[in-house]
Write a protein that binds this ligand. Structure first.
Ligand SMILES: [Zn+2]
Length: 449
């Protein structure tokens, strides 16, 4: 059991023992750093619970076959998670080394994404799917055209087309994965209670710490009286952010960090590459077109320029804020120049290359990350706090405008920057802008046709 999990022998031994003895608790909490194998272990646990035989790694029973494609009807997987990194790595893998293993890896990475849009989770909330609905359908249709059993050492042109098409859809769909909203928890509860006789169902929630209060409370209610045919596996890399009452109802399984050597082993065994990386996360992120690192560089330039132009003094901004202002002072690039850079690197946020369709949300995330870091170092600068508070609201609005109302991302980004500028000037020089208009209204106004 758990032969495929690398570097987590202790936790796997515990789980295997509990499965054999039938003493697995109703709720499990897998806690450990990002990319330490929590999800793979959770998925393997789900397979072992459904298997009709003895759970061998290569078991040929129909349940195991369905689990291998992550398409088992007794499995529900959701929660916040960025998947485009893994899908980019998987695409590279299948092209570099076409074989059954790489085909399964690619299909599994797509399935992790499409699981988030499982109709069972969206019952009576389908209208919230927005532009995701068509993308899921198109991605799944392309995935169905990839058959691991027939993959030879060279991909045929039909398979190449299917891989490219599924990949493009996945990159656009990735940023639309929601955190676990309360309606999903409610739908999940109904699903869990309907477990067919003699079947064992598994619910896996990734980043279970990232839930709104209403969703956490719904989760708690479910854990208070878990149906005995269902196992709940919660995954977190930030255990301290979990609700204490949830923690007290789940048995803890600690995953240890993977060092460079173990990471290299994973790359070698799973992805058949000798490439070395500082960590698995770094390896995955480097494969993404418009990576989070790239997005962050641009976000830092932009925010530095805004602070610099508005005349913010370096004092009171902390070391990080000072470095951003220095960066802007040394650069001859003006705001328009930076926005042109953003547009070129993201191909107009995917308008000129569909593979970059997820770049707008990644760009918004990078802006949030930069603001958060600024705040952490600003030692309670109240004006900065107010500005960042307003800007964060604008970023959230822009994300909704984009995902739910299909607004043009280039237009939204220009509007955002103009509003940031306005807030930054206004707060720095009170009274400077007598005609100050609320920019939040401008973005909300964009919603109206
Ligand atoms: Zn089996």
């Amino acid at each position: 059991m758990y032969e495929n999990i690398i570097g987590q022998d202790e936790v796997c031994k515990t789980l295997a023992g509990e499965i054999i003895r039938g003493s697995l608790p109703p709720a499990l909490l897998f806690s450990g750093p990002v990319a330490s194998g929590k999800l793979t272990t959770a998925l393997e646990t789900a397979r072992l619970l459904s298997c009709r035989e003895k759970g061998a790694w290569n078991c040929a029973c129909p349940d195991c076959a369905m689990h291998r494609r992550l398409g088992h009807p007794d499995l529900l997987l959701f929660g916040a998670r960025s998947l485009p990194e893994e899908i980019s790595v998987a695409k590279e893998f299948i092209f570099r080394n076409p074989c059954q293993a790489s085909a399964y890896f690619f299909l599994r990475s797509l399935a992790k994404l499409s699981a988030r849009f499982n109709p069972a989770l969206w019952t009576s909330e389908e209208s919230r799917l927005g532009k995701a609905a068509a993308l899921v359908e198109s991605m799944n249709e392309a995935a169905d055209r990839i058959d691991p059993a027939t993959i030879g050492s060279k991909l045929d042109s039909e398979t190449v087309k299917a891989v490219e098409s599924a990949y493009t859809d996945a990159l656009a769909l990735g940023p639309l994965v929601p955190e676990a909203p309360v309606f999903m928890l409610r739908n999940m509860r109904i699903w869990a209670q309907l477990a067919p006789m003699g079947k064992r169902r598994t619910v896996i929630i990734e980043n279970a710490d990232k839930m709104q209060d209403s969703a956490r409370n719904a989760m708690l209610k479910i854990l208070e009286e878990p149906p005995d045919t269902v196992r709940f596996i919660l995954l977190t890399s930030r255990r301290a952010s979990m609700l204490a009452t949830v923690l007290s109802r789940a048995r803890l399984y600690s995953f240890s960090p993977r060092d460079e050597k173990t990471s290299a082993l994973v790359l070698q065994r799973v992805l058949k590459t000798d490439e070395r990386a500082e960590s698995l996360t770094a390896f995955y992120e480097s494969r993404l077109p418009f990576s989070p690192g790239q997005a962050r560089v641009l976000a830092e330039k932009l925010i530095g320029k805004i602070l610099f132009d508005a005349g913010w003094e370096k004092e009171g901004l902390g070391e990080y804020g000072q470095s951003l202002i220095d960066l802007a002072a040394d650069s001859s690039q003006d705001m328009d120049g930076i926005l042109i850079d953003v547009s070129q690197q993201t191909k107009g946020f995917g308008a000129r290359d569909k593979a970059l369709a997820g770049s707008f949300i990644r760009f918004l995330r990078a802006l949030t990350v930069v603001f958060t870091s600024l705040l952490q170092e600003s030692m309670g600068n109240k004006i900065l706090l107010t500005m960042i508070d307003r800007c964060s609201t604008l970023i959230r609005d822009a994300a909704i405008q984009y995902s739910s109302y299909n607004r043009n991302p280039e237009f939204l980004s220009r509007l955002l920057v103009a509003s940031f500028k306005e807030h930054s000037v206004d707060l720095k020089n009170p009274g400077f802008h007598p005609e100050f208009s609320d920019s939040r209204g401008a973005i909300e106004g964009a919603q109206r046709p």
